[in-house]
Design a protein around this ligand. Structure first.
Ligand code: GLA
Length: 433
């Protein structure tokens, strides 16, 4: 009896203090309109690219027909500039009737019929960043209700035109309001990005309790400079950011821009690799109708995706910044495996970086290595010196299996030699092969 009361009380406690919506146990993946399509509302001159239901239908068709959905890219996310300038007579947000004649609910159904999910955008100030109606504190409940009625699966809550005090109230309030609808809706908070991304202004413990993901930093643009700027900020502040991440709660360095205009193939691989190390949400913002086969094969690389999606959800870190401008990144993965990325900040030519696994903190043993982008495998002892050739602005990325050790139980069972003598953990996961 007492135990039951205690259990019930502690369940209540958890329900009050944790975002308990059960979604996004691994980083969410999908497509997001903003970086590539912005606030293009000129459907008259640009019918294929303007923010309209046709654009989202086209992207949904590509995701479900071109192999993306099976890899985990399931969210189709509308960003700013989707709504009408006016709320309806009941005070509810409504989609622009010209550009979204079917409305948001119909679009959500279209996604669901194809095994996809729909994301929507709002802003907790008076206006969205693009000048559309915002969701001020008094509108939070009605808007959360509306999104649930429309069967929306994810909601990004931006912070333009609001102040710190309003944000402190509004972000937790929206979390509660979304939960209260009973519909699991992934909740993306832009709050930290508006507060400099760091403590003491930002409370990452609280964010993990109320949001599934959060934008910590500025917007990505279609350039390598922008990607580098984001990488530098996230890894310079890794000691603050790493503990904040885990299943259901992710740091969000913003969209993947492979397939756009600003990145070379090397740079696209570098972004993909480092986003996987960071356990970052993988939202592509590109035109899936015309994406090149090179960009597609990077974005669809199964091994890098499965590293990103590792079930432990531990965000990785930069472990070395060499004078040679090679940087090394590491992420612990399930089954005692790990991922390594060698990243070149050089601008001259491929650099031959020489090291050993033991210099990279690996313990004694022999490791199976799978090169994520060349798909080659090899075996390396911790003490063996090796050389990786890293292209300018590019990466070499490895999946490193658990170190092979003799499994004595298996070996000597019944006094006879049995099994392979190696832990199964040392195998390369089937998904990659
Ligand atoms: C802000 C956000 C972007 C995008 C735009 C839309 O800048 O950070 O991701 O949503 O607003 O106007």
């Amino acid at each position: 009896m007492h135990l039951a009361v205690l259990l019930f009380a502690s369940a209540l406690f958890v329900a009050t203090f944790a975002l308990d919506n059960g979604v996004m146990r691994t980083p969410p993946m999908g497509w997001l309109a903003w970086e590539r399509f912005r606030c293009d509302i000129d459907c008259e001159h640009d019918p294929k690219n303007c923010i309209s239901e046709n654009l989202f239908i086209d992207m949904a068709d590509r995701l479900s027909e071109d192999g993306w959905r099976e890899l985990g890219y399931i969210y189709v996310n509308i960003d700013d500039c989707w709504s009408s300038m006016k709320r309806d007579e009941k005070g509810r947000l409504q989609a622009d009737p010209k550009r979204f004649p079917g409305g948001i609910h119909k679009l959500a159904r279209y996604m669901h019929d194809r095994g996809l999910k729909l994301g929507l955008y709002g802003d907790m100030g008076t206006h969205t960043c693009g000048g559309y109606p915002g969701t001020t504190l008094d509108k939070i409940e009605i808007d959360a209700q509306t999104f649930a009625e429309w069967e929306v699966d994810m909601f990004k809550f931006d912070g333009c035109y609001s102040n710190a005090t309003e944000q402190e109230k509004g972000y937790p309030l929206m979390s509660k309001a979304l939960n209260a609808t009973g519909r699991p809706i992934g909740y993306s908070c832009s709050w930290p990005a508006y507060q400099g991304g760091l403590p003491p202004q930002v409370n990452y413990t609280q964010l993990g309790e109320i949001c599934n993901l959060w934008r910590n930093y500025g917007d990505i643009q279609d350039s390598w400079d922008s990607v580098l700027n984001i990488i530098d900020w996230f890894f310079e502040n890794q000691d603050v950011l790493i503990p904040a991440a885990g299943p259901g709660q992710w740091n969000d360095p913003d969209m993947l821009i492979a397939g756009d205009f600003g990145l070379s193939m090397e740079q696209s691989r570098a972004q993909m690799a480092l986003w996987a190390i960071m356990a970052a949400p993988l939202f592509m913002s590109n035109d899936l109708r015309t994406v090149s086969s090179g960009a597609r094969s990077i974005l669809q690389n199964k091994m890098v995706i499965s590293i990103n999606q590792d079930a432990m959800g531990i965000q990785g870190r930069r472990i070395l910044k060499e004078k040679s401008q090679i940087q090394v990144f590491w992420r612990p993965l399930s089954n005692n495996a790990s991922a390594l990325v060698f990243f070149s900040r050089r601008n001259d030519m491929p650099y031959h970086y020489q090291t050993t696994l033991s210099k990279l903190n690996y313990t004694t043993g022999s490791y199976k290595i799978y090169d994520v982008f060349t798909e080659k495998t090899m075996v390396l002892k911790d003490s063996t010196s090796f050389v990786v050739s890293v292209n300018p602005t590019g990466v070499v990325m490895w999946y490193v299996s658990a170190s092979a050790k003799l499994n004595h139980r298996q070996f000597y069972k019944g006094g006879r030699l049995q099994g392979s003598g190696y832990d199964d953990e040392n195998a390369i996961p089937r998904v990659f092969l």
